[in-house]
Design a protein around this ligand. Structure first.
Ligand code: AKB
Length: 315
């Protein structure tokens, strides 16, 4: 039986993953944790945990007899640039703490299956931008992207050297309505809906033609769970899988919102986030994920826009 720990459960992915895992494995088998004292999203079982506190992490894993850990705590691309050393510490030491714990527990006969998120930020200016292959040039220029690339190498290292069953996805920008994103370059694709629903014009911080890979949250959650459920022998990538949802530009998502909400006005004023977006791919080739664990995205742009406009609760 699975006993699951989600670290960073109060974040954008964490809160929805806890809900989906609880529905699949039973609420009593899912423990949410975050640095905050309480669950922000009503998780039934919750422990305060700083991912940098390796000792407490080990105690929790032992006490709850955890079998699977999703380590989601991180600083993203924009906040990472504001505090590079903090981002490096949180993103790298957080991952190393869980990989080390998994190594020690595997040696003691209590293996942990680990999920850790990589990102399209692991690519860089010399990566082929269109249909970016699984294996290609990776030269990230943000501290966040550098930590994701280093993290991918660590995941593969712990698998090859110690047999740790660690799995990862290079998440595109994730679009969701339940919880706000925090400090990313792709966040415009959520903020634009809040403006539309408040009947406000939206001033986009990326240029109209900046294509980026994106994914709707239900697809991202399904990808995460399908990857973790796949038989170990099918997982041929132990760094991180390209997973594609949909690719679009600010102008394309604006046009779809305007089709569904006539009169919505969008203007473009690129800021420092444009320089980050310019180094990321336009679209991804996720054929390896399809081949290895049968990955298929389900949500296209019109469906995503309809669902977001229906479900966002405007503050
Ligand atoms: C960000 O924009 O930093 C994140 C990501 C693509 O990893 N959403």
């Amino acid at each position: 039986m699975k006993r699951i720990l989600v670290i960073g459960a109060n974040g954008q992915i964490g809160c929805e993953l806890v809900e989906a895992l609880s529905a699949q494995y039973g609420t009593d088998n899912v423990l949410a944790s975050d640095i905050a004292a309480h669950s922000l999203y009503g998780a039934v079982h919750y422990q305060k945990l700083d991912v940098l506190d390796a000792e407490r992490m080990e105690e929790i894993v032992e006490e709850y007899q955890i079998t699977d850990v999703y380590q989601l705590a991180a600083l993203l691309s924009v906040t990472g640039e504001q505090a590079p050393l903090r981002a490096w510490e949180l993103n790298m030491d957080g991952l190393l703490n869980i990989l080390e714990l998994a190594r020690v527990r595997a040696q003691a006969g209590h293996p942990l299956q680990v999920f850790w998120p990589s990102s399209i930020a692991a690519f860089g200016p010399n990566t082929p931008p269109v249909n970016t292959p699984q294996m290609t040039t990776m030269d990230p220029t943000t501290i966040y992207g550098i930590s994701k690339l280093a993290g991918e190498r660590l995941c593969e290292y712990y698998f090859l050297k110690y047999g740790v069953d660690v799995r990862s996805i290079r998440y595109p920008g994730i679009i969701s309505y339940k919880s706000p994103p925090g400090g990313g370059t792709t966040d415009y694709a959520i903020a634009i809906f809040h403006a539309a629903l408040q009947s406000q014009p939206y001033d986009c911080f990326l240029s109209a033609d900046t294509a980026l890979p994106m994914i709707y949250m239900p697809d991202a959650i399904r990808a995460t769970m399908e990857l973790m459920q796949a038989p170990a022998e099918q997982i041929r990538i132990r760094s991180a899988y390209n997973v594609s949802g949909i690719s679009f530009t600010p102008a394309q998502i604006a046009a779809e919102i305007q089709r569904q909400r006539p009169g919505f006005v969008v203007t473009y004023k690129p800021d420092q986030r444009q320089a980050i977006a310019d180094t990321w791919p336009d679209s991804l080739d996720d054929g390896q994920a399809t081949l290895d664990w049968n990955w298929h995205a389900q949500t296209d742009l019109p469906a995503l826009v309809t669902d977001m406009l229906k479900n966002i609760v405007v503050a």
